[in-house]
Write a protein that binds this ligand. Structure first.
Ligand code: CA
Ligand code: CA
Length: 248
């Protein structure tokens, strides 16, 4: 980027560098002059959500403490004017393996990362599909949990369908909010005594032509304040547990 800026500056100063022509062409190319901070609607707008697990970078992270390593994704909601208008579209969720997993099966509690892609208990496709549609995760005591995928250092990419997660995919618009349901303290109930520590991740929205826009969190769940704090700071880029993000 620095070299590009230097070439652009040299061109602006009228210096005869070989890179000037390319720099001038790119400035008249609509796809490259679009302001990446302003999502626009329609097919060329932001239609993908991308969640990157960063929990293993946290000081407190431990593989042996869990069989659900990293961020546990239950659902992702698109919120418009205060109303939920969509959830992850069925069949659209894709799990992307990291270069190196946070926890190998042998590292996890019980020698199996039960809710991660390497699970020997639950098929990977089943786990990935658990991120689609409305939130439904349940943390159980003696039987297997349901309704979420543990990212184990990897990432999840998906599109947003309607309020039941059915097609077609819909665009994410400026002014929308995106709520990521991460299995956290809010999943603890009277009959469901299991609990999960809120975990950290980054949320990015993407266009089909690979423009990425990282979103800022604007609201944490109060039940997670011991781990996450009460309110995200304006320069915060990480979700923590179930978190609402703003689309600028
Ligand atoms: Ca976890
Ligand atoms: Ca779910």
């Amino acid at each position: 980027m620095r070299a590009t800026l230097m070439i652009a500056l040299a061109c602006a100063l009228g210096l005869g560098l070989a890179g000037c022509k390319a720099a001038q062409v790119s400035e008249t190319d609509a796809s490259r002059t679009k302001d990446s901070s302003t999502p626009d609607p329609g097919a060329s707008g932001y239609t993908f959500v991308f969640i990157r697990d960063v929990e293993s970078q946290q000081f407190s992270f431990s593989c042996s403490a869990t069989n659900a390593p990293g961020t546990d994704i239950d659902a992702v909601a698109l919120i418009r004017k205060g109303q939920t208008v969509g959830y992850v579209m069925k069949g659209s969720a894709v799990f992307l393996e990291p270069a190196s997993v946070a926890c190998t099966p042998a590292d996890c509690s019980g020698q199996d990362c039960t809710y991660a892609s390497s699970s020997s208990t639950i098929p990977e496709a089943d786990l990935i599909s658990r991120t689609e549609g409305p939130p439904d995760a349940v943390v159980r005591g003696s039987t297997n949990d349901t309704g979420y995928l543990s990212l184990n250092g990897g990432s999840l990419q998906a599109q947003i369908g309607d309020g039941s997660g059915n097609p077609p995919a819909q665009a994410i618009l400026s002014g929308d909010q995106i709520k990521v349901y991460e299995v956290d303290q809010s999943y603890k109930t009277a009959s469901n005594t299991g609990e999960r520590t809120p975990e950290h991740y980054q949320l990015v929205i993407q266009t089909s032509d690979n423009q990425n826009l990282p979103l800022h969190p604007v609201q944490f769940d109060p039940l997670n304040s011991a781990t996450c704090g009460k309110t995200p700071s304006p320069d915060d880029y990480l979700g923590c547990g179930t978190t609402v993000f703003a689309v600028p």
